[in-house]
Design a binder for this molecule. Sequence first.
Ligand code: HOZ
Length: 429
Amino acid sequence: MQTNEQLFARAQRVIPGGVNSPVRAFRAVGGTPRFIQRAQGAYMWDAEGTKYIDYIGSWGPMILGHGHPAVLEAVAKAAADGFSFGAPTEREIELAEAIIAQVPSVEQVRLVSSGTEAGMSALRLARGATGRSKIVKFEGCYHGHADALLVKAGSGLATFGFPTSAGVPPEVVQHTLVLEYNKVQQLEAAFSEHGREMACVMIEPIAGNMNFVRASVPFMTRLRELCTAHGVLLVFDEVMTGFRVALGSAQSVYAGLIPGFKPDMSVFGKVIGGGMPLAAFGGTRDVMSQLAPLGPVYQAGTLSGNPVATACGLATLKEIAKPGFFEALGARTRSLVDGLTAVARQAGVPMVGDSEGGMFGFFFADALPQNYGVVMGTDKERFNRFFHGMLDRGVYLAPALYEAGFVSAAHTEADVAATVAAAAEALKR
Ligand code: HOZ
């Protein structure tokens, strides 16, 4: 058996930083990343055989837990029929239909392989469809690592203290305006100055890359009004929230709060692939018809709509559409957050938390942050101590304070109780 430490040392010789995605390296929290060997249900086991209750769920996709039998069966059957054809399949239509059935703002959808690809393609399409160049994003919102969107993003960039990546020339981001999340006045000022030059505003409606921060209802209402008034496309990045916070995604949550609310375009990933590389972007038929081969906006991919990935996604969407699924998941997630904040209160530690469906976040602070600046000011040292205290007790939280957490349908009340008991101990440190 090789230890996590031995594997990490070996990995660092052949992979930059020993990982294929920066936040996995534990740089924010320190220590040795766990090399995962297998997972089942709500649990993962590392190379040393240590068992963890998993609250990352592959950073969102594993909403059913690991190794769900219906998903395994669908994947095995699809794999036996062929891994990739580079030609259309019926399953792609079925997945597109399944997405459209739950998200009324999406009339057509194109499948791709990653959230980054989906965000990048949505951006090109928004620019092509409007004939405009400027785009707006918000501090702390991460839309994948395409150049134009890698400005003041949260997630890994926040972890490493680089607001923007090196290798992104200033000319490439000269059309990207970055505003503060939840600041209505800034939004109004930006629209009055640049509204007619903007192609789109891209937003994580519930930001999961600065932990868990909701767009307020007044902010979202005004954003929708301004986009409509200026002919700017409102693009919801639902890579994290899509089919995770509700069956209709975060846009259904806002539609319940703001009558008639709809974004113009949406970006999905994670849950729609059930753990396989699959993502999508969609919108009105009008906008989507600008895409090649119908229109002039080019976008393509050898593995787009991959038959095994679509089987995995379809089987996952079928399970989560069952009656009562989100009610149960939401209740379990709320009970976790309530439990964590209750033991923190008992320990005299300021902690606040929030959740929607199966996505949650918590901060060592007195009040829930409304934007990135405030998130950055919450107690990072305390978070890091807590992270390790939980890991030592068999609870695997996201290894950075800037990331949301995820509960799956496989987590039981007993898992939540064990997690809360671990937290009570960890908070004593
Ligand atoms: N983009 C993810 C964090 N928000 C990290 C994905 C990973 O490292 O697997």
